[in-house]
Design a protein around this ligand. Sequence first.
Ligand code: GSH
Length: 294
Amino acid sequence: MDAQTDDLTLYHFPHSLCSQKVRLALAEKGARYEVRVVNIGPAHENYEPWYMRLNPRGVVPTLVHDGEPIVDSARIVRYIDEHLPGPPLQPEDPALHALMEEWIERQDRFPMRELSYGSGNSLLMPIGRATIMRRARVLAAHRRRNPGLSAEYTARIEDVKRWKRTVSSPKEMAALRQRLADLLEELEALLADGRDWIVGDQYTLADIVWTVFLTRIRFLEGPEALDEIPSVRRYFERARDRPSYEGAGVRESVQTRELLPIILPFILPRAAAALLVLSLVGYGVWTLTVTALG
Ligand SMILES: N[C@@H](CCC(=O)N[C@@H](CS)C(=O)NCC(=O)O)C(=O)O
């Protein structure tokens, strides 16, 4: 394919797992693209009608290529490989291609969102959990104002309720952690023959999704999370050493300096309003007390 001449815009959020997969695929291809940050919390710009029309599930990422939106990170990374110039990221051999697909799907099926919000010890985790039900309220308010998108908002509200039920259930969370341990053991078994990448010698889309997934596991569980599975740890280190990892800005921790400008414009006006109300109530109580005392 010739040099890239097309218009590409990625709607994303810097720390989002799925956005990072797409950025990594774009970096491997050496693609040039515009970015638009969609504030997925606390402003929930992703639930606004303009974005729901672009991405009916109201999630990031969305890639817009010459005006056409493509949604769902697993589809987007395939699309990137098939439509942009750069090194091929899918094997030609059908058996290897099937292996790549199998590992993309294994990763994609794992509910990382639930694990991210239902475990971890960072201060941000309880805050994150508390925000889940706020999403249902924001979605319901949008549904009232946008009857044309009622089906999309209803589907999303149901999804948010399921999300909340899972992260609130210690039994489901324990099962999820076991499922993750099994999945990582399966990857360890695959890589134990010394292969560099999931299908062998070629770095493919499967490695892209697994690089970001393993980064998130280390983010949640600490850098020692892969110590018991040495082949996976070495595999992750190889992937992290690729220039694309830095180029895509794969996040290994919360970048407070990056998140604050996104969060503060939402929090500050509300904090100021709350302070004003508290001051008015305090002043009222004080005036009444002074009046009552004569
Ligand atoms: N299957 C979708 C999932 C996308 C997804 O869940 N994105 C998350 C960030 S990684 C999101 O937008 N969350 C915001 C929300 O659910 O409100 C994909 O792979 O693109």
